[in-house]
Design a protein around this ligand. Structure first.
Ligand SMILES: [Ca+2]
Ligand SMILES: [Ca+2]
Length: 466
């Protein structure tokens, strides 16, 4: 429709030899197209579909194996690495530096992270390596000493206090035969089973859960505590654990002022969140599509500066997953490099990061915020193509990716780096112009120059792969 109109317009212009002023683009779409053509140095090839292709959604059986069925907390580590990035085990040195931090920082305030799917790894059980300042033993009102972690029967997450299976009494039990993924290309001719990399760790994977809070159940006092946790970025602790996140829990019993409290349960927290420490890692699903969105269509477009074309106003991954008879889009939001109200699947991106609309996030923007954890959420959907996850500016204008027309969003391979703020996309992805004009190469994003203009995340789950 749009295209036809434009062609008619051009034909008219030729026939009557009108001035530049009269052939100047009129509608917002036409202005956008003209500016986009200036970006790519020509017209958009009619076959360019902007990388959006149907996915085969993941399916699991009741044991958590791929294909069919429902999984609860996905305890079956033998399959993980086939579809999600599994964090490596922590070294003893890493665990020690984290423990030491929690034992020397009292009444700390942490950060929030927002993930529906995430890994939990054991770091430390309070009382195993106490210090003079931080004995991890508590004197109850009855005068006896109790090791706090011994009273923390279950580790939980979310306000519904969902049990993180195999994390009990301050420990995380060992899981053998974990799948970490496949060996790389050199082994490609071998049977897939021979290529699987396996290992063991004190780890579990939570699916469709929440990081809003972490807590513990104390069966001695029949009490759930969701208010004695803190989440600390590893960047605050030590270089060796940068790009990670740790949850610390402080033990507190039922206070003697509370109904039903016994003297042997009357224990007050000491402000050290070292009674149980775990690492949490976002569940990054493999084979997702990464979407780059550009909100320029909602600008005046009278004058478009080339540096406006950074396509980082929203950067998010989409992976479709069946859970029983329900299909979900698992969305991982990485960046919000704009200052307009922008929604992905109806959720405002700055708000998801816990920031105001005017704050640019994870794009190295002047006055922006960097190094925030990605946000992972799920939406129920009938779609199997990331193009159908709606991206809207100011709740009204839906960004489009129409085959053969100037686009407002595009899909690239999972893991593709996005532009820093106000860095032009063609400056680092030199094949992009060619792709747009000739529909080739479709994997234009694999050719990278000028790495310095790309945003680099320090999230450790990526680090171990490189
Ligand atoms: Ca404590
Ligand atoms: Ca931007």
């Amino acid at each position: 429709m749009k295209k036809l109109f434009l062609m008619g317009f051009v034909a008219l212009g030729l026939a009557s030899c009108v001035s530049d002023k009269e052939v100047a683009p009129q509608t917002q779409d036409q202005k956008y197209e003209k500016a986009f053509e200036a970006l790519v140095g020509g017209q958009v090839n009619p076959n360019v579909n902007w990388g959006f292709n149907d996915q085969t959604p993941l399916q699991f059986d009741a044991d958590g194996k791929l294909i069919g069925g429902v999984r609860g907390s996905d305890d079956n580590g033998t399959e993980w690495g086939k579809y999600v990035e599994v964090p490596e085990p922590l070294t003893d040195a890493q665990k020690e530096v984290v423990r030491d931090w929690f034992q020397t920082h009292r009444y700390v305030e942490g950060v929030a992270v927002n993930w529906s799917d995430f890994f939990v790894q054991q770091v430390y059980k309070g009382g195993d390596h106490p210090t003079a300042d931080c004995p991890e033993k508590y004197e109850a009102e009855d005068g006896n000493l109790y090791t706090g972690s011994n009273q923390m029967d279950k580790l939980t997450c979310g306000t519904n206090s969902e049990h993180i299976n195999n994390f009990n009494n301050g420990y995380g039990s060992n899981k053998p035969n974990i799948c970490y993924g496949y060996r790389p290309a050199a082994y490609e001719n071998e049977d897939l089973n021979n290529r699987v990399v396996r290992g063991e760790d004190n780890i579990n994977f939570k699916v469709n859960a929440s990081t809003e809070c972490f807590g513990y159940y104390n069966s001695a006092s029949s009490q759930q505590r969701n208010d004695k946790f803190v989440i600390i970025p590893g960047d605050w602790i030590d270089e060796s654990v940068a790009g990670m996140w740790f949850v610390g829990l402080d033990f507190e019993g039922k206070l003697k002022t509370e109904a039903g409290a016994n003297l042997n349960q009357a224990i007050t927290a000491d402000g050290y969140y070292s009674d149980w420490i775990v690492r949490i890692t976002p569940g990054l699903y493999k084979d997702a599509d990464r979407v780059f969105a550009e909100d320029l269509i909602d600008s005046s477009l009278e004058k478009v500066d080339v540096s406006d074309w950074d396509f980082n106003d929203a950067v998010f991954d989409v992976r479709f997953v069946w859970e029983g008879s329900d299909k979900y889009a698992l969305i991982t939001l990485w960046a919000a490099g704009g200052t307009k109200d922008l929604t992905v699947a109806g959720k405002e991106v700055h708000e998801l990061f816990g920031k105001s609309t005017g704050t640019m996030i994870n794009t190295n923007a002047n006055g922006g915020v960097d190094g925030l954890a990605p946000v992972i959420f799920r939406v129920k959907t009938d779609a199997t193509n990331a193009i159908n996850i709606p991206v809207k500016v100011n709740r009204t204008i839906e960004l489009e990716a129409i085959t053969g027309e100037a686009t407002q969003k595009m899909a690239v391979a999972y893991g593709t780096k996005w532009m820093k703020e106000r860095k032009i996309i063609t400056g680092s992805y030199t094949e992009f112009q060619k792709y747009v004009r000739t529909d080739n190469p479709k994997d234009w994003y694999k050719t990278v120059t000028n790495e310095g203009d790309l945003y680099t995340s320090n999230i450790s789950v990526w680090k171990y792969k490189n």
